[in-house]
Design a protein around this ligand. Structure first.
Ligand code: FDA
Length: 306
């Protein structure tokens, strides 16, 4: 119930205005978001690199409804990628892009061109890009754009969401040589005809999908904080004789940092998803929805300030 309410609120403009102006929000946001500027993002990446961790940078924003906004987001990515090249961080840091932030809802061709410009900047800097996955109404469009762009940028990463009924088949399609695929549980509110609903069923689907990816020839990116799924991921690596460097683990900024360090100390490649920028609302609401304890954290912070 609470999860559904928060995910519904994540797309409600009135709630958005309230949360964005609540005195507490900035403090809560800081737990999950690296900062607002590109310098904040670089500082977070340097700090992660010092811990032996890799990163993927997300310039916050989604559901763009203006061409100018989509262009500004594209420019922000190009700028961040130039910084990564100049600061010698490109071997450890890539970027993650939401196509809805670069115009997907306005015009798919525009989103594809903007994503291509970001990929070209990544290639120039010496790093890669992953296309985030959003709600199920965008899955076909996102995978279509991915396939088109992989012609020029074969390293372009995909994200698949284990909660969707279609995903095991998508994993099979994308488990080919060189194909980078991030598998996550899925963070949006989806109806039963497209997605499994219980946490157990999502986990079971995650295991089936991960097995397909690990048995295939691609590069699986195991994106979860779930200790059982991480353990299963490591077992599948052994079962399939996967060499180090042929897969990686991924987690979100500010979530289970000790586990990030533990895996890295154990010799695993770990990448942290680092969001930065002003448009944190949708991202924050999805993080709150994932864990009831986060709501307590948010309400306690409100009470303290209020
Ligand atoms: P689960 O939610 O069961 O969490 C397992 C444990 O991790 C919890 O018990 C808790 O300890 C900790 N934890 C998890 N979330 C927490 C939180 N918000 N606050 C505090 N602790 C928390 N989704 C999507 O739809 N499209 C995408 O493109 C991406 N991209 C993406 C990239 C990366 C690197 C990650 C790690 C995740 C995503 N996601 C995503 C989000 C993903 O779909 C999912 O919503 C979250 O990862 C939470 O699911 P877990 O697998 O971590 O399990």
């Amino acid at each position: 119930m609470l999860r559904t309410a928060l995910l519904t609120a994540s797309r409600n403009r009135t709630v958005r205005r309230f949360v964005e102006t609540a005195p507490v929000s900035r403090d809560v946001v800081r737990r999950f978001v690296a900062g607002t500027t590109v310098d904040d993002a670089m500082a977070a990446c340097r700090a992660l690199a010092a811990r032996g961790l890799n990163a993927t940078l997300d310039h916050l924003g989604e559901d763009t409804t203006e061409v100018g906004h989509a262009e500004a987001t594209t420019k922000a990515y190009v700028t961040a990628l130039a910084h990564l090249g100049d600061e010698g961080l490109a071997d450890r840091v890539e970027v993650s892009v939401k196509l809805s932030a670069v115009g997907q809802a306005l015009d798919a061709a525009m989103a594809r061109d903007n994503a291509a410009a970001i990929c070209a900047a990544a290639a120039a800097a010496g790093t890669t890009v992953t296309l985030d996955m959003e709600d199920h109404t965008t899955t076909d469009s996102t995978l279509g754009i991915l396939r088109g762009l992989r012609g020029d940028f074969p390293w372009l990463g995909a994200v698949l969401q284990a909660y969707l009924h279609r995903t095991e088949a998508d994993c099979r399609d994308l488990a080919y040589e060189g194909s980078r695929v991030r598998l996550c549980k899925g963070a949006y509110k989806e109806p039963p005809d497209v997605a499994v609903q219980s946490r157990l069923d999502v986990s079971k689907s995650y295991v089936r999908c991960l097995r397909v990816l690990m048995e295939g020839n691609g590069y699986p990116m195991v994106a979860t904080h779930d200790p059982r799924l991480i353990a299963i991921g490591r077992k599948l690596v052994l079962d399939n004789d996967r060499a180090k460097g042929s897969y990686e683990f991924q987690m979100l900024y500010g979530i289970r940092p000790h586990e990030q360090d533990r895996l890295a100390a154990d010799g695993e490649k770990v990448r942290v998803y680092v969001p930065y920028g002003d448009e944190w609302y949708g991202y924050l609401m999805r993080r709150l929805a994932e864990r009831p304890a986060n709501i307590g954290f948010f309400l306690r912070a409100l009470a303290t300030k209020g």
